[in-house]
Ligand binder design. Structure first.
Ligand code: TXA
Ligand code: MG
Length: 321
């Protein structure tokens, strides 16, 4: 699909946005402009597509992603909207404000998109191309900035193509981004709202609408750089051990590959075929399934430490502590 000769950049005409929407629906990755920076988008409800997104960014960790929606009405299905969220959305959406809220009980977003957290970050982008893509795809779109891990966020289609090359199925070119820095990430999951990542919309702007905020984390640690740094991150109740080669009495097994260890009281297999994308898509849901008090612990078989396996192992190591 991507000609080796050049990056897959397409001017964001209505026809191109239609094709991009179909790609997203089919589990593919599309980079698209927002008013802040270019995002690398995937269907947020498709765990395999979200896993492919982490793989494309080459991130060694599963950071929770921002899920993009057309507006507040669409957010109601995904998160528990409260009065503060409604007032902030009325004032700043569509726009550069991301709000972190508890997931709704029937939230269709894949657990991988929010890295197993009970909360979800949502944002309505203020850009016609992003809104067009949300309309043609018909799904909430998980989108981190469209760059390889460790690089600065891209503000033109060319930046995206240079960084991601043929890891992305299409780049919609909507010209340079107007704002140029990422959205402000505001945590509304606690009683006192708190800024997790400063951005285009300031603390003063936000306090004008909902009153005083909790103090931000100290300089340099303003954003939780990885989900492991978030106190609320899902930790298994049971003891979990990695690289298991035999089972202990009463243990449940989180298997990987075609030859699961025998004798477990319960087994979930991350990927019988040994596919790391499938394993990543299943990781959080399977950890939860096995994490029940009738088991003595969770034994996890070795997952190769390459590609997405690094992020899977990072998460398992954190859970093992
Ligand atoms: O402007 C932006 O926000 C761009 C455009 C594409 O929308 N997106 C972006 O995504 O910058 P990303 O993945 O590069 O940054 C997402 C930020 C991270 O700091 C992450 O930790 C935080 O949002 N975040 C996402 N979900 C969260 C959650 N449930 N709880 C706490 N922080 C969360
Ligand atoms: Mg980023």
């Amino acid at each position: 699909m991507n000609p080796a000769a050049g990056p897959p950049i397409e001017t964001a005409t209505a026809a191109a946005i239609d094709r991009a929407g179909a790609l997203i629906r089919n589990g593919r990755l599309v980079a698209f402009p927002t008013e802040t920076v270019y995002g690398l988008g995937a269907d947020a409800t498709n765990g395999t597509a979200v896993a492919a997104l982490f793989e494309a960014k080459d991130r060694p960790q599963f950071n929770p992603l921002i899920v993009h929606v057309p507006g507040l009405m669409s957010a109601f299905r995904l998160v528990e909207v409260d009065g503060r969220c409604e007032r902030l959305a009325a004032r700043f959406w569509p726009g550069a404000l991301t709000m972190v809220l508890p997931r709704s009980p029937d939230c269709p977003v894949s657990e991988l998109a929010c890295a197993g957290l009970e909360t979800l970050a949502v944002r309505a982008p203020d850009h016609a191309v992003a809104q067009g893509l949300l309309a043609t795809s018909g799904c909430p779109i998980a989108a981190p900035s469209a760059n390889l891990s460790g690089e600065v966020s891209p503000t033109t289609a060319r930046h995206v193509a240079v960084s991601l090359g043929d890891r992305v199925d299409m780049v919609l070119d909507g010209g340079p981004c107007r704002v140029g820095i990422e959205s402000t990430v505001l945590d509304l999951s606690a009683r006192r709202a708190r800024i997790l990542r400063p951005g285009g919309i300031t603390a003063e702007d936000i306090a004008d609408v909902i009153g005083p905020l909790a103090a931000a984390a100290p300089e340099g640690a303003a954003a939780p750089a990885s989900p492991g740094m978030l106190e609320s991150h899902y930790a298994t109740y049971l003891a979990l051990r990695t690289d298991a080669t035999e089972l202990r009495p009463g243990e449940a097994l989180l298997a990987f590959g075609p030859e699961p260890l025998e004798g477990a009281v319960e087994v979930q297999n991350l990927s019988p075929a040994g596919d790391l994308i499938e394993a990543a898509a299943n990781l959080f849901a399977m950890m939860r399934l096995l994490d029940r008090p009738e088991h003595s612990g969770i034994a996890v078989m070795k997952v190769p430490d390459e590609g997405l396996g690094r992020a899977i192992n990072d998460r398992l190591r954190r859970a093992a502590h």
